[in-house]
Write a protein that binds this ligand. Structure first.
Ligand SMILES: [Zn+2]
Length: 246
């Protein structure tokens, strides 16, 4: 919600989300957006902040930046992230991405916080780093793999964040993955302003559209959407130790 895409209607949109009882986990991608997330979380009792440095920005993850991130996390963040590896766009050198990823996993351990993980085209290295660093708990967000990869994530004790791509016509493999794993490891998400669900492809995504993801997930799991929503709501509250108030 701190992105410029929301500059025109941020306050109205957040008010509408609160009225619809949609809670928000606002995810930082660098120090600046992490700080903005904390600001939003201070203003609304149903908005929570995660602070971290995205692999795209790993080249900015100097020792000074790490110390600043550690300080930001102490100011009420409920998670570290997003952090991880992106060898698809390669916007930061890969060795630097691995270094920033490891450092943030260790930060999460020290501060006993869950992690929000990003992975794209870096699966082997991603899993190897996770096996070595063993983060206590967390979520692989915008999961895009198949059922085998989903099971690997679950075996590491982690959750899967499933977003708009679940609704895309050609994404049968993600639907099979979403059907194959225990429901208590699934978190419906939006990745706003990206990855809008059908029928909003090509438009700006917002957290209210998580409803469409939940509806599709309920259909995939063959259960009523209210039941799925209640279970996944509890999953999120437990993982991030949060209690949204409206
Ligand atoms: Zn991401």
């Amino acid at each position: 919600m701190d992105f410029p895409q929301f500059d025109g209607d941020r306050v109205d949109l957040i008010r509408t989300l609160g009225e619809s009882r949609v809670a928000v986990l606002n995810v930082g991608a660098d120090l600046r957006s992490s700080e903005a997330s904390l600001g939003l979380a201070r203003s609304y009792p149903f908005v929570f902040a995660s602070c971290g440095v995205h692999p795209h920005d790993a080249k900015t993850f100097t020792p000074t930046a790490e110390a600043e991130l550690e300080e930001l996390l102490r100011r009420g963040a409920v998670a570290v992230g997003e952090c991880g590896l992106d060898f698809y766009r390669d916007l930061s050198p890969r060795d630097g991405q691995v270094r920033a990823f490891r450092a943030q996993l260790r930060l999460a351990r020290r501060q006993e916080l869950p992690v929000i993980l990003h992975e794209r085209s870096a699966w082997e290295t991603f899993i190897a780093v996770l096996r070595e660093e063993r983060p206590p708990r967390g979520v692989v967000h915008a999961f895009a793999g198949d059922a085998d990869r989903a099971r690997e994530i679950v075996a590491l004790g982690l959750h899967l964040g499933i977003g708009g791509p679940l609704t895309y016509r050609r994404n049968e493999s993600l639907r099979r993955a979403a059907a194959a794993i225990p429901l208590d490891r699934i978190l419906p998400e939006t990745d706003s302003p990206y990855l809008p669900p059908e029928p909003f492809r090509g438009q700006c995504n917002d957290p209210g559209k998580v409803r469409l993801v939940a509806e599709r997930l309920a259909a995939v799991r063959g259960m009523p959407v209210a039941e799925l929503a209640a279970i996944t709501w509890d999953n999120a509250c437990r993982l991030f130790s949060i209690t949204p108030r409206f």
